[in-house]
Write a protein that binds this ligand. Structure first.
Ligand SMILES: Nc1ncnc2c1ncn2[C@@H]1O[C@H](COP(=O)(O)OP(=O)(O)OP(=O)(O)O)[C@@H](O)[C@H]1O
Ligand SMILES: [Mn+2]
Ligand SMILES: [Mn+2]
Length: 652
């Protein structure tokens, strides 16, 4: 910044000196613009010094103790010179203005980057930031300084996303800490209350157990905070707040730990934040390093010298892996876009489901789908005609999908129909519409129709979630907290038997002797049984806005395919109903909730009664009616006539 130094370059007391940093720049050379951050002990401003952008940190100085601290910090800052530390470029250390001026780091602090911007760094970026931080701390420790406030909010990122450790408000020479403690022990035989207050500093969730136990801060306490911070960087989750994580964090939330309870759990029960999952793509060596660094025993934690060495090895490994996986993922990936932000949309989920379906059905030649032993023999056989209609309605995007497989596998008495209603995107619905019929067929060679339906739902759900995980790992999906799902209903007719499998709030009804006969029940959180089941499986159900909703995602349905943030409570296991068809059964209507939101079962029957008896026309008429009655959702309808429709009836 090439600033002129005015001699003597000292603070007002003469205790701080520097050969390179001007310590009393004239008031005319700087201006404070807007505040960036307001802490309890200081305010940080966006500022200019000689026209250049800097961050001005103006401490609150209300007591002489505060003034002493300012001088202590300035002395310390004047000694620092390392590229991975926030750089002091000037100071004003004379009344009436006491201020530090730092080089400005454009990409904000790591906490904001993660939790406000929802940045999801690649493993390479994580390792690089970990290296930056470790080097900064290694340097500090080598010159006898402990930082005592290592946390993402004190890690500043520059334009290139390199990290700079900042905030030396609590940094101190180790020798000073030792001296304080020795004095205290000598005079009273025991640390005093005031001593506790002064020394138990930092931010609770990043504090090592020994600090929580009110021991002296050592280099190894910084190592602990470093580990908590790096894990936060890997997971994107603020320590102890993850609603979705199981086990440990769960208990924290459910019991709404107070600070005291959290302290007790960290100190005596060894509670730690949930470690990043290996599926996140984090190399096991990095995870094991984090675990070593947050060991309860400070002496078992590695030093920063060891950490830097280990990170260098990990970094090389990660670079090698990423060049390998990049080339292979490009091979497999045929769509044109290369911007990772668009991967998620450009993934073709229909094709993903289809490819899987092909794999599932590789060796099924000369096997029979549901031999007659699976269904009772009866003289009645329905005569089918079918049609469908699907509309986006007032929504901008279509997240419903459906399939119709009459005469499945060329069996003229086996038919399957299904509707999927996607939420949080169409991915799950697109995947399932291709995968589920394939799984159904595959299980149909060995299982009963009801078992095959259950298997098809469960396997589709698992396959979809595996697929998601895979793409998250390969970074084709980088959006955090994207947990697409879909509800699903499938009707399977095997000879004279009708089986309906349902998970969610699509619905299937039968017109039986002129009356609606429900073949499925809506799985929504407003249904007490379902609500109790979900709560029992560990996910909270709360009344929000207008209805009962499940988990942080505030889902209304209680069963679905996908939604991996709510598994296993929001199960993909369908409820299955079965019935024997007879001459009383006129038609079957299946539809997504866009229809049922505004039409009752009775409405649907009476509309069909008034419509030309052609299933495609009936479906369209129902959807149009629902749209006219104000449905705001996507609407998909399948109508299947189960009896021959006379020409007269057809024309109406
Ligand atoms: N050099 C800088 N460039 C850009 N932003 C900065 C810089 N220094 C500080 N900030 C911003 O101001 C925030 C507060 O800075 P700092 O941590 O130094 O202050 P503090 O008052 O000690 O905060 P606290 O004690 O609450 O952690 C940082 O998290 C960062 O967002
Ligand atoms: Mn800070
Ligand atoms: Mn601070």
């Amino acid at each position: 910044m090439g600033m002129e130094i005015m001699e003597p370059n000292t603070c007002v007391r003469g205790c701080c000196t520097s050969g390179t940093v001007p310590l009393h720049i004239p008031a005319s050379s700087f201006s404070l613009l807007s505040p960036i951050a307001r802490g309890s002990e200081s305010t940080v401003y966006d500022a200019r010094v000689n026209g250049e952008r800097v961050a001005a940190k103006k401490p609150v100085l209300s007591t002489s103790d505060d003034l002493d601290k300012f001088h202590y910090q300035l002395q310390l800052l004047c000694e620092l010179d390392h590229p991975r530390l926030a750089k002091l470029v000037a100071a004003h250390a004379r009344p009436p203005n006491y201020m530090f001026f730092f080089e400005f780091y454009e990409s904000r602090n790591l906490a904001e980057k993660l939790h406000v911007e929802e940045w999801s760094p690649s493993i390479e970026q994580v390792v690089r930031i970990a290296c930056d931080l470790a080097k900064a701390l290694q340097y500090l420790h080598n010159i006898g300084i402990v930082h005592r406030d290592v946390k993402p909010a004190n890690v500043l990122l520059d334009k290139t996303l390199h990290a700079h450790l900042a905030d030396f408000g609590l940094a101190t020479y180790k020798k000073d800490l030792k001296r304080v403690s020795a004095e205290n022990w000598k005079s009273t035989g025991k640390p005093t209350g005031g001593f506790h207050k002064r020394n138990m500093v930092g931010t609770l969730i990043y504090m090592a157990p020994e600090i929580l136990r009110k021991d002296i801060h050592t280099e190894k306490s910084d190592v602990y905070s470093f580990a908590i911070s790096i894990n936060e960087l890997l997971t994107g989750v603020v320590p102890y707040t993850d609603l979705r994580a199981e086990a440990q964090a769960h208990t924290v939330l459910e019991m709404t730990y107070t600070e005291q309870q959290l302290t007790a759990a960290v100190v005596s029960e060894g509670l730690r934040p949930v470690l990043a999952h290996p599926d996140s793509g984090a190399p096991p060596s990095l995870l094991s390093l984090i675990r070593k660094c947050w060991d309860p025993n400070p002496l078992s934690r590695p030093s920063f010298e060891e950490i830097v060495n280990e990170l260098n090895i990990i970094s090389k490994q990660v670079k090698k892996d990423s060049t390998l996986s990049l080339s292979s993922s490009l091979d497999n990936f045929e769509t044109g876009k290369t911007d990772p932000l668009h991967y998620q949309e450009s993934l073709n989920w229909f094709r993903q489901g289809e490819q899987l379906a092909r794999k599932a059905n590789s060796d099924s030649s000369n096997m029979t789908l549901w031999p007659s032993s699976f269904t009772d023999s009866s003289n009645y056989f329905p005569t089918l005609s079918w049609g469908s209609f699907a509309t986006c309605g007032r929504r901008e995007t279509m997240e419903d999908t459906h399939f119709m497989l009459p005469q499945m596998c060329d069996k003229k008495d086996v038919h399957a129909f299904g509707i999927f209603d996607g939420h949080r995107g169409a991915a799950a619905a697109e995947f399932s519409v291709r995968a589920l019929p394939a799984f159904l067929q595959n299980s149909g060679y060995t299982c009963s129709p009801a078992e095959a339906l259950t298997e098809a739902f469960v396997k589709t759900d698992m396959a979809f979630r595996d697929e998601l995980l895979l793409h998250r790992k390969s970074k084709k999906i980088i959006q955090k907290d994207w947990h697409p799902g879909c509800t699903a209903v499938t009707a399977l007719i095997v000879r004279n038997k009708l089986f309906v499998a349902n998970a969610g709030d699509c619905r299937t009804i039968l017109s039986r002797a002129g009356k609606p006969f429900a073949m499925s029940k809506d799985h929504v959180a407003s249904c007490p049984d379902e609500r109790a089941r979900v709560v029992n499986d560990g996910i909270e159900v709360k009344w929000q806005v207008d209805t009962w909703r499940v988990g942080p995602a505030a889902l209304q349905v209680t069963r679905s395919i996908g939604d991996d943030d709510l598994k296993p409570a929001v199960t993909a296991r369908p409820e299955i109903t079965e019935t024997s068809l007879s001459a009383d059964d006129e038609f079957l209507v299946m539809a997504s909730d866009g229809l049922w939101d505004v039409l009752s079962n009775e409405d649907v029957l009476s509309i069909i009664k008034d419509t030309v008896k052609e299933p495609g026309m009936c479906s369209k008429r129902l959807a149009t009616e629902a749209a006219e009655r104000g449905s705001k959702d996507n609407i998909t309808v399948i109508v299947v006539f189960l009896r021959p429709v006379s020409t007269a009836e057809r024309i109406y």
